[in-house]
Write a protein that binds this ligand. Structure first.
Ligand SMILES: Nc1ncnc2c1ncn2[C@@H]1O[C@H](COP(=O)(O)OP(=O)(O)OP(=O)(O)O)[C@@H](O)[C@H]1O
Length: 337
């Protein structure tokens, strides 16, 4: 396994107390596969994946667990050992390309800088590699001379993909890489990214709040809710047989990216709980149309298929719940807290 996250806990110290943003999550990223981390805003996705690069705000604290990359625990490496892995083994594509690209530098120079400083390349070879990278992501070579503001949003995101792939890393972490783009451009950028992922065989962890993006690009999916993993498994199994009410709800709330499905969409009312004082038991229960008194107790991790688990007291009844969940009315007026 290229990456194994085991019982990872990350807390933020805030003036109001400790925010348990990531509360004991575990998942694996196999070599050459794309793993989606999905969930609503505030569920801890960004915190969880930024931990994989160890680039964290100073108020964030690792409160337990391991992040095994190729068998080594990244959390026990020194800063210089970790720095040696960044770009070369693990690279990061942030939510907005404006965070990856420096506005006052030409885009080409930024790529060359990474190739020279991080990859030890000579300038002429780096220039050739930058041209090759631009061609790979579908940008014209002459645009290497442009500044980021001269690019459209889609072009900037392509450039930040080129930057992330510059040194042939083994793992790319992409945080909502297409969210800021309109749907047609999203599709084009995702297609380019997927083609490159298949050609290079890199592993990818992709954060998204959009289950249709997961369906389109991922091999495996990890569904996060309120700092916990509530369901995970091979993408086809999780999307055709979602077994946690939250995953069922997410699926019902999103249109397909890949087809003009005429499915009736129904939002999950309310929002995730604050992670200062998370509720006991199943954290989704206040928004769940299927909650029972037992849901106030910690849910078990139920194996529902090969490599497919759901943290739900009712996971064994998932087929009936999926059928009931198709009625949009069942999602209305549920929120109890
Ligand atoms: N610097 C911080 N200080 C305190 N709390 C924080 C900080 N950053 C994030 N949080 C809290 O941690 C929790 C998880 O946030 P995180 O950004 O990881 O979620 P997310 O699922 O990635 O959301 P989004 O999609 O909006 O980025 C949230 O409750 C958030 O308010």
């Amino acid at each position: 396994m290229l990456l194994s996250v085991k019982d990872l806990k990350i807390h933020y110290q805030s003036p109001r107390g400790t925010v348990q943003a990531v509360d004991g999550i575990s998942f694996d990223v196999p070599e050459g596969k794309v793993v989606g981390v999905v969930g609503e805003s505030g569920c801890g996705k960004t915190t969880a994946v930024r931990a994989l690069t160890r680039v964290m705000p100073s108020v964030a604290k690792f409160a337990g667990g391991e992040v095994l990359f190729d068998g080594k625990d990244l959390l026990s490496l020194s800063e210089s050992q970790m720095n040696a892995l960044r770009w070369r083994d693990i690279s990061y594509i942030p939510q907005s390309a404006m965070n990856a690209l420096d506005p006052v530098w030409r885009v080409g120079d930024q790529i060359i800088e990474v190739l020279v400083k991080r990859g030890g390349m000579k300038k002429p070879a780096a220039r050739t590699r930058a041209e090759e990278l631009f061609a790979m992501v579908g940008l014209e070579r002459k645009r290497l001379r442009d500044y980021p503001h001269q690019f459209s949003g889609g072009m900037r995101q392509r450039a930040s993909i080129a930057l992330a792939l510059a040194l042939n890393p083994r793992l790319v972490i992409a945080d909502e890489p297409v969210t800021a783009l309109d749907v047609i451009i999203q599709r084009q950028v995702l297609d380019t990214f997927l083609r490159l992922q298949r050609e290079t065989g890199i592993s990818v962890v992709m954060v998204t709040h959009d289950i249709s993006v997961v369906a389109y690009v991922c091999d495996y999916v990890v569904v996060m809710y309120a700092g916990k993993v509530v369901e995970k498994g091979p993408v086809r199994d999780v999307l055709t047989q979602p077994s946690h009410a939250y995953t069922i709800g997410l699926y019902n709330a999103f249109p397909e990216l890949s087809e003009d499905a005429a499915r009736e969409l129904s939002p999950i009312e309310g929002g995730p709980p604050l992670l200062l004082n998370p509720p006991t038991g199943c954290r989704f229960r206040a928004r769940c149309p299927f909650a029972l008194p037992v849901c106030a107790q910690e849910p078990p991790e139920v194996q529902v298929g090969a490599g497919h688990t759901a943290m739900c007291h009712r996971a064994h009844e998932a087929e009936a719940l999926r059928a009931a969940a198709r009625d949009p009315k069942i999602w209305q007026g549920v929120v109890t807290q």
